[in-house]
Write a protein that binds this ligand. Structure first.
Ligand code: 2AM
Ligand code: CA
Ligand code: CA
Ligand code: CA
Length: 261
C-alpha cells in the first residue's frame, strides 16, 4: 500500500512537466547562460536551475512531506530513502540542450521507502511524455503504449554511454558490436524513453540517482531489467554503472561483461 494516490500524482506530474516545457521553450527564445561545473563538458545553464526551482516548488506545495533529490543542488539531499522521495533532473542532456537545442528531457521519479512508485520522462522538443510504474500502466502522452518486445541483443539497438563504449570499458564496445547497432543520444532520459517505445533494446551507462530514478520506475511497467554489471540491484542513492535492458538482452550483456577477458 502506498500513501500516495498514483492517479493524482500522475496528473500533477504531467501538468508540471507541461508548465516546465512552456518555460523552457520561452527561455530558449532569449539568451541561455551556460556555466561549467567539474569540467568543460559538464554544463549547467540558467534554464536547468530555474526549472529545478520551479519543480521543487510544485512538489513542496503538493507533497510537503516529501524529500527531494535534484541534480542542481538547490534541494535538501535525501539522507536515506525513508518516506516519499522525488528525484528531479530539470534538464537531462544539458550538452544537447546547449549544442543541439533538442534531444533533452525533464525527468521525475517518485519512490516510497525505496520502492519505485512512478516515473515520468518528457522529451521536451517532441512534447512526448512517457510515464509508468509498478502499479501504473506504460503510457505515452497519457495513452496506452504497448510493451516493447524481448529480442536477442543481436536483434536490437543498444544505447551506450559514449566514453565507456569508445574506451571499451567493461567490454561495452564489444557488446555494442554484438547488437544491431550502438546509439549514443547524450541523454539518459531519451534512452529510457526509446527503450519504452521499443526503439532500443537497452542502455548501458554510468548514472547518478536523478538519471535513473524515472527510467527505473517506468521500466517496472514493462519488464525492464535494471542491475549493476555484476547483476546486483541498484542502490538508488549511489551513482554507478547501470545495465538496463529487456530480459534476454540484459542477460546477454551481463554475460559478455563478466565472461569476456
Ligand atoms: P545531464 O545532462 O543531466 O548532466 C550524457 O551522456 C548523459 O549522462 C546525460 O543523461 C547526462 O545528464 C548524464 N551525465 C553527464 N555527466 C555525467 C556524469 N559525470 N555522471 C553521470 N551522468 C552524467
Ligand atoms: Ca549535469
Ligand atoms: Ca541527467
Ligand atoms: Ca541534468
Amino acid at each position: 500500500m502506498t500513501s500516495v494516490a498514483i492517479a493524482q500524482l500522475d496528473q500533477n506530474v504531467r501538468t508540471w512537466l507541461q508548465e516546465s516545457r512552456d518555460q523552457i521553450l520561452a527561455a530558449m527564445a532569449s539568451k541561455v547562460n551556460v556555466d561549467t561545473k567539474t569540467n568543460r563538458n559538464d554544463l549547467v545553464t540558467n534554464v536547468d536551475k530555474a526549472n529545478q526551482l520551479f519543480l521543487i516548488g510544485k512538489i513542496r506545495q503538493a507533497y510537503p512531506q516529501a524529500h527531494i533529490e535534484g541534480e542542481e543542488g538547490t534541494s535538501a539531499k535525501a539522507a536515506d530513502l525513508t518516506g516519499l522521495v522525488f528525484f528531479v533532473d530539470p534538464i537531462d542532456g544539458t550538452m544537447n540542450f546547449v549544442r543541439q537545442r533538442a534531444n533533452f528531457a525533464v525527468m521525475i521519479g517518485v519512490y516510497e521507502n525505496g520502492q519505485p512508485l512512478y516515473g515520468a520522462i518528457m522529451d521536451v522538443m517532441a512534447n512526448a511524455v512517457v510515464t509508468g510504474g509498478p502499479d501504473w500502466p506504460l503510457q505515452l502522452n497519457h495513452k496506452a503504449l504497448s510493451a516493447p518486445g524481448d529480442p536477442e541483443l543481436a536483434a536490437g539497438l543498444l544505447g551506450v554511454n559514449g566514453p565507456m563504449a569508445l574506451k571499451n570499458k567493461l567490454h561495452l564496445g564489444d557488446i555494442a558490436l554484438a547488437s544491431s547497432g550502438a546509439r549514443m543520444s547524450g541523454s539518459a532520459g531519451m534512452e529510457f524513453n526509446a527503450i519504452a517505445r521499443g526503439q532500443l533494446v537497452g542502455y548501458v551507462s554510468y548514472l547518478q540517482p536523478w538519471d535513473i530514478a524515472a527510467g527505473l520506475a517506468i521500466g517496472r511497467s514493462f519488464g525492464l531489467i535494471v542491475t549493476r554489471p555484476d547483476g546486483e540491484p541498484i542502490k538508488l542513492l549511489e551513482p554507478g554503472i547501470v545495465v538496463a535492458a529487456m530480459p534476454r538482452a540484459q542477460e546477454q550483456i551481463l554475460l559478455m561483461m563478466n565472461e569476456l577477458d
